[in-house]
Design a protein around this ligand. Structure first.
Ligand SMILES: [Zn+2]
Length: 398
């Protein structure tokens, strides 16, 4: 017998077709049944919770963010380009006190829970987010981010980051894990990439995000060269003369389940390569727009068979941590892409990509973590279109 029986005007289970006037039965935090209200199981006194005029969905998955940058909300603008934004971010971050960062992390986690997000992949250099996320009630994959373009320091970077991560590895659980992220193809030396691959590979990397990255990998030129000269000093680098995706493949970085974040500047053969390697394209379209990097080619990625997930990126390049708004952005820009594909990326696609098999759909055995979008007046004819097209915030239900 369920200990909670939710009733909602619509249930979008993702794993199965939408249900009008549906129920979701829960026991001990796990779904034990879903279906039309007429088929609900008997529930004990007080167990039935009528959510009313809402569309109930699996909790969302934010497959790319940096919660440690949350205190930079509104502090930066993207109008002077990607590389200037990175330099501004490094400067402002160094100026701000650590307690501001901690307060920002806590506020961000509270927002994620309240707005219907069930899981995050959180990229962190400092690992300051690990403790708060482990206690948060979110499913969390913390991605320890590694950077290093000076080949002579590659060994040291690997050793230092391994040592920093070691005490946290044993705190892992079914809902909390730590893995490694490489920052980007243009911010890591070939030597450091080789060490990372030999050490088990990376789970996530920013790739094909900006023109600066393209220029640098094509012939060593552009804004990124200037940045490296200022920050690292003169370092010899032979440009691979290819696209970021093909360069990563040559290095052995592309592999099943890799979170390939952004994938804005990909051509057809890049997209086919991502699909063939089983990488997941994590799209953060609002961040891309903020930084003037363009729009990810959603239709091309889908037609090439690339698995998709969605992320917000950080509050330093995005107005909110509400990943539903990224889904809505894509629905607006790609009206011919089926809404079901976007909902899948927002939920199940992200859950599988992060290794949280018990999230992202509503079916017997899945975790009872939901998002609800309310409507006023009569029920919408197409609840999924309502979710993707109306500016109504979601709230978490658990
Ligand atoms: Zn990012």
């Amino acid at each position: 017998m369920p200990d909670t029986l939710y009733r909602a005007a619509f249930v979008l289970p993702v794993a199965s077709p939408p249900i009008r006037d549906g129920f979701v039965a829960v026991r001990d935090g796990v779904v034990i049944g879903v279906g039309p209200i007429g088929e609900r199981p008997p529930a004990g006194e007080g167990a039935e919770v009528d959510l009313g005029s809402v569309i109930l969905m699996p909790g969302f998955v934010n497959a790319h963010t940096h919660l440690e940058l949350s205190h930079l909300e509104g502090a930066l603008n993207g109008e002077r380009g990607f590389v200037t934004w990175i330099e501004d971010q490094l400067r402002v971050r160094a100026e701000r006190p650590a307690d501001e960062a901690s307060a920002g992390i806590q506020k961000a986690i509270a927002f994620l829970l309240a707005s219907g997000t069930a899981a995050v992949a959180d990229v962190s250099n400092s690992l300051a987010t690990a403790g708060p996320l482990r206690e948060s009630g979110l499913h969390a994959l913390v991605l320890h981010e590694i950077l290093g373009f000076d080949p002579t320091k590659a060994d040291r970077v690997l050793d230092q980051t391994r040592a920093a991560r070691a005490p946290l590895l044993e705190t892992g659980s079914a809902v909390f894990r730590i893995e490694v992220a490489a920052h980007a193809p243009h911010s890591i030396s070939r030597e450091l990439f080789a060490l990372l691959i030999a050490d088990g590979g990376v789970k996530s990397i920013h790739v094909a995000e900006s023109r600066a990255e393209d220029d640098f990998l094509r012939d060593g030129s552009g804004d990124w060269r200037g940045f490296l000269d200022r920050r690292v000093g003169p370092v010899a680098f032979t440009a691979p003369g290819t696209t970021p995706v093909r360069y990563l493949d040559a290095l052995g970085v592309l592999r099943p389940g890799l979170l390939a974040v952004h994938c804005v500047r990909v051509d057809e053969s890049d997209a086919r390569l991502l699909a063939a390697r089983g990488a997941v394209a994590v799209l953060c379209p609002r961040s891309n727009e903020f930084l003037g990097n363009g729009v990810p080619p959603l239709a091309l990625l889908l037609s090439s068979g690339v698995s998709l997930a969605l992320g917000t990126d950080s509050l330093a390049s995005c107005a909110s941590l509400d990943v539903l708004e990224d889904a809505r952005f894509l629905a607006r820009r790609f009206p011919r892409v089926p809404g079901a594909a976007i909902l899948h990326a927002l939920t199940r696609g992200g859950a599988v990509a992060l290794g949280f098999e018990d999230l992202g759909e509503i079916r017997a055995g899945s975790r009872a973590r939901f998002a609800a979008v309310g409507f006023e007046g009569g029920p919408p004819a197409d609840p999924l279109a309502f979710v993707l097209n109306e500016a109504v915030p979601a709230r978490g239900v658990a």
